[in-house]
Design a protein around this ligand. Structure first.
Ligand SMILES: CCCCCCCCCCCCCC(=O)SCCNC(=O)CCNC(=O)[C@H](O)C(C)(C)COP(=O)(O)OP(=O)(O)OC[C@H]1O[C@@H](n2cnc3c(N)ncnc32)[C@H](O)[C@@H]1OP(=O)(O)O
Length: 195
């Protein structure tokens, strides 16, 4: 599908190039999960994807995820929704490079080839442009090597939200537990910018 057919995912004429925040993780640095119970990257989520993400040189992320038997859709194949989750998380991790908090408003994914269990998906996501609160991003995922066959491509619109977005909408006991966690406090401070 052409960009013209995806108007809400195409940056408007007044959009600007993304700026890598001066305190963004250095290129090659492993990025800490934003939340230990995140289904995408949280280490405390037993059946989660355990996505491992690194900052790139630009406003970009390189991430890896190995498909486990718990991620199956068809026999021996990754579930499409799981692959979208991996892409969503790798796109969400771009927040660290902009030092903003944003959430997925729209995510369009093209599945280019089946992804078998035990294979590793190499994801690359980047911010294409920013227009006010709107962050236009793209991603691709390749099979078993950073330059392996293309398995997934995606285009997304993220919208910047204040930290209260999470506090106001999350289940209260999880918000309280997260607030009581000093490690999370440290991470949240990195995002203390007003959209
Ligand atoms: C404490 C831990 C901190 C962790 C931080 C890191 C978190 C990382 C998480 C990573 C995890 C992975 C990531 C995840 O999984 S994030 C989880 C999945 N996403 C969500 O739960 C988001 C749910 N949606 C919302 O909360 C609201 O709808 C948002 C906040 C998105 C917008 O509601 P808000 O009331 O604020 O704004 P608005 O409605 O005035 O819209 C503003 C503008 O945007 C345009 N628009 C809106 N939607 C769409 C759309 N679908 N297509 C096209 N355009 C759309 C809209 O037309 C308008 O444009 P314009 O009229 O101005 O031109």
């Amino acid at each position: 599908m052409t960009d013209a057919a995806r108007p809400s995912l195409t940056p408007p004429p007044d959009a600007v190039a993304p700026v890598r925040h001066p305190d963004a993780p250095a290129p090659g640095q492993l990025i800490e999960p934003h939340y230990e119970f995140c289904f995408g990257c949280g280490p405390a989520q037993p059946s989660g994807l355990h996505l491992a993400a690194r900052a790139g040189e630009g406003v970009e992320i390189f991430a890896e995820f190995t498909v486990a038997p718990t991620h199956q859709g068809g026999p021996g194949l990754a579930h499409g929704g799981v692959l979208v989750t991996a892409m969503d998380d790798a796109l969400g991790t771009l927040n660290w490079l902009l030092h903003s908090t944003s959430v997925t408003a729209r995510l369009e994914t093209d599945f280019r080839r089946p992804v078998p269990v035990d294979s590793t998906l190499y994801l690359h996501t980047w911010v294409e442009a920013v227009a006010g609160r709107k962050i236009f991003c793209r991603g691709e995922a390749r099979l078993d090597a950073p330059d392996g066959p293309l398995a997934l491509t995606a285009q997304a619109l993220f919208i910047q939200v204040p930290l209260e977005h999470f506090v106001n909408h999350g289940r209260p006991e999880d918000i309280k537990a997260a607030m009581d966690n000093p490690d999370l406090h440290k991470r949240v401070r990195a995002f203390e910018v007003n959209p």
